[in-house]
Ligand binder design. Structure first.
Ligand SMILES: [Zn+2]
Ligand SMILES: [Zn+2]
Length: 143
């Protein structure tokens, strides 16, 4: 993982980080229009066409959503064809950061190298409920 350099630098560096966050917030709110060139397809796209990545300097992935989705699809097809490349008996949930036995994770064939989800079952359920609530709220507001 890439560590944000500015956080360990001088006061100036820390200020720079805050400025970046503020700018990023304004961009995400659509108050500033910013473009970024995808390092894969080399197309200059609006910031909203990039997924977020908190460890990146500009808080965005280097690849645009289209390229990321394509790469994920390809990787996932490869994994489905070849089976899991890593066999684990336990893994750390990326949500609650707890190491749990592998049977505490849902089987997600093709999703990851070990064929299991990134979140433990309780966290996965919580996330699903949350995103369903969100999409339901969206549906309601669109009526
Ligand atoms: Zn791209
Ligand atoms: Zn969890």
């Amino acid at each position: 993982m890439e560590i944000e350099k500015t956080t360990t630098e001088t006061t100036c560096g820390v200020y720079a980080l805050i400025a970046t966050d503020l700018r990023h917030m304004l961009i995400m709110n659509g108050e500033i229009d910013m473009n970024k060139v995808c390092t894969n397809c080399k197309v200059d796209k609006d910031y909203k066409y990039f997924y977020k990545q908190s460890s990146a300097k500009d808080k965005l992935q280097h690849w645009c959503k289209v390229c990321m989705d394509e790469a994920f699809k390809r990787k996932s097809a490869e994994r489905l064809a070849n089976g899991p490349s890593i066999i684990r008996d336990a893994k750390v949930c990326q949500d609650c950061n707890t190491r749990k036995p592998i049977n505490q994770f849902f089987v997600k064939r093709g999703y990851s190298a070990d064929g299991y989800g990134s979140y433990c079952k309780p966290c996965w359920v919580k996330r699903t409920v949350k995103s369903q609530k969100k999409s339901n709220a969206k549906k309601l507001s669109n009526q």
